[in-house]
Write a protein that binds this ligand. Sequence first.
Ligand code: TTP
Ligand code: MG
Length: 380
Amino acid sequence: MRIIGHIDMDAFFASIEERDNPRLAGRPIVVGSDPEDGKGRGVVSTANYAARVYGIRSALPISTAWRFSEAARKKGLPPAVFLDVNMRKYGEVSERIMEIVRRHVLPDSKGIVLVEQSSVDEAYLDLSFAGSYEEAERVAREIKNDIKTKEWLTASVGIGPNKLIAKIASDRQKPDGLTVVREEDAEAFLEPLGVRVIPGVGPKSEAAFMKRGIRTVRDAKRMTKAGLIEMMGKWGAELYLKLRGRDDAPIVLEWIPKSIGEQTTFNEDIPVNRSLKDRKALEAALAALAKNVHRRLLREIADGMPFTTFRSIGITVRFSDFITKTRIVTLKEPVKASSPVALKTIQFQALRLFMPFLDRRENPLIKAIRLLGVKVERFK
Ligand code: TTP
Ligand code: MG
């Protein structure tokens, strides 16, 4: 019997800060870029649960988070504490947690510990060795306890027949949750949930479902496989199975990033039609981002990532009104990251994708630009 667990740390960056600054215990905490008294232009990385009560969450503009905190303060509630991101520290904690998790997972017949780290604070673990859901639940409790006593942090765990169900289950009873969904209960577990719980169903697919009067997984199951394929393309076939709780994705030992990207928010929005200087600044920012992306790619490869080439280059453009566009190009041939032309290729392609945003082709209202990003993908 296959039993898969998914562990996800609660309010990860914020919980670490709360732990390390006892004076902050119980206060709303926001980890992210500098709010600059409400004028800051970055975003929230995460907020603890006390700050989430104010509506503050990951990816919210930090200025909005500041406003929410001020509104709370005016009501006599404690304002949020804003803290910088200390990525090095969170990375170290993450490594120790993954070590704890691995210690509780029995190696398979080939001696391999089936734990897949899937982000800084998440991992999938193969609990099939436990032999039963009761026993898997016991292992999960031990892991949670171990993390609590060794790192003073809480985690939420989901257990299910596959990665899909485990992942959705880990999110159901946050924080400090443990949710077990047996194979025979998987369909009933999913049915009342909104379609967005299925990984891969984003805001656009959700809107497309809404148009058809579909809100929950139960509603979506009314659609035939052919209907889903017509609506979503090839992915519809996979979605058809996921809506029924079925998923056979394996635990992947070596987690290979799907893309490497960097983005930057400008201190002020940069207009595209004011001066040559602005254009030069935008192009320079793009070139610098490409350089950082290339450097990170080389570092990943040096660190043992099992790929050496990339094939796609993408950009992100966010306008002053927050409308965000992405464009991507896939080259005929993969480019070796270590090739002397690799950096030039990223820079050239990023610029080529970006040029139409400087005029009406991609920017009909000639809006100013708030953020630029560059990424590479399609590694092999
Ligand atoms: P999440 O697991 O998505 O969030 P979380 O751990 O803060 O909260 P939850 O209890 O809901 O799991 O992300 C893990 C960390 O990754 C998070 O602490 C901060 C970082 N992060 C960002 O920097 N930006 C983001 O947009 C998101 C979603 C996360
Ligand atoms: Mg988390």
